[in-house]
Design a protein around this ligand. Structure first.
Ligand SMILES: [Zn+2]
Ligand SMILES: [Zn+2]
Length: 314
């Protein structure tokens, strides 16, 4: 099961309606956090996500709205006697920033905190990978891709019959070793299985101007969460951010399945932003959502299903 939980969807400053950026990906019991804006611990409590389940935190850049919740999160983990190590990934200077946090206040974490400063790289973990790529934001800043590993195709019974294979331990061996020899004949896994099943791909830009690397790294993503701070270039002025139209253009070029317009400026109400975004995205023919805090996208049978954690809650 895979869920993308939007804990904070606004940019720059929190408002009554939305907090600053934090996105949780829940994958097979693990929680991965992408950005930890101020107040993320409160958002996690509301969403009933335990900080103890977080092993990896990915920071896009060191502007306050993306990382100031980190100290509170680490202190809460400490308060709950965490023992499991925590891994923090981020761009250049991550080590310095985390070190400053750990030295502020009268506390020392009782668990290991590992810091990983990244350039553009591919990190491999069990059934998924996380890729980092450079974005354009005037300071060292990264975007990330969560990529589930592709899985082998299913066994096809007609093909098995053709090779005289029956379900049983022999298929386990074939799966493990990639090929087996039967009566002097080599049978490969791909001889008896269907096409590979593509793992889900999610790209998150953090803050960025429209960037070619975003297009490259989000190619055919199932979900692209893109900076769409402003509705128009006039609103943006000289800032290093993107507009809704620019995010749409990249989503279209990269042929992504779904675009999430993220990091909305605090000046817009939800309804106003949604109304204008609808008109812009329609022109580009892009499939999009404007996530609110506590919205969840669940990936099921190749499609995204949408729900809000607070709807129907007391
Ligand atoms: Zn920001
Ligand atoms: Zn920023």
């Amino acid at each position: 099961m895979l869920e993308v939980i939007f804990l904070g969807t606004g940019g720059i400053m929190p408002t009554r309606e939305r907090n600053v950026p934090a996105i949780a990906i829940r994958y097979k019991g693990e929680i991965l956090l992408f950005d930890v804006g101020e107040g993320t611990i409160r958002q996690m409590n509301t969403a009933k996500i335990s900080p103890m389940k977080v092993e990896k935190i990915f920071i896009t850049h060191f502007h306050g709205d993306h990382y100031l919740g980190l100290a509170a999160l680490i202190q809460t983990m400490n308060l709950w006697n965490r023992e499991k190590p925590l891994h923090i990934y981020g761009p250049k200077y991550t080590f310095e920033f985390v070190q400053n946090f750990l030295n502020s206040g009268f506390f020392r974490p009782g668990f290991e905190v590992h810091v990983h400063e990244l350039g553009e790289t591919r990190l491999k973990f069990g059934d998924y990978e996380v890729w980092s790529f450079k974005v354009e934001h005037g300071i060292p800043a990264l975007g990330y891709v969560f990529k589930e590993r592709d899985r082998r195709g299913k066994f096809v019974s007609e093909k098995l019959a053709q090779y005289g294979l029956k379900p049983g331990p022999i298929l386990g061996k074939l799966e493990k070793e990639g090929k087996i020899e039967v009566n002097g004949k080599v049978i490969r896994l791909e001889d008896v299985t269907g096409p590979k099943r593509r793992g889900v791909k999610i790209a998150y830009t953090g803050d960025t101007e429209p960037a070619e690397r975003v297009k490259l790294f989000s190619e055919r993503a199932d979900l692209l969460i893109h900076d769409a701070t402003y509705l128009s270039a006039e609103d943006r002025g000289e800032g290093y951010h993107s507009t809704v139209g620019e995010a749409c253009e990249i989503a279209k070029k990269a042929r992504v399945k779904l675009l999430a317009l993220f990091h909305r400026a605090f000046r817009y109400t939800y309804d106003e932003y949604l109304r204008e975004a609808e008109a812009i995205c329609r022109e580009f023919g892009v499939n999009f959502v404007v996530p609110r805090d506590f919205d969840v996208l669940e990936y099921k049978a190749g499609n995204w299903q949408f729900k809000n954690l607070l709807e129907g809650a007391e």
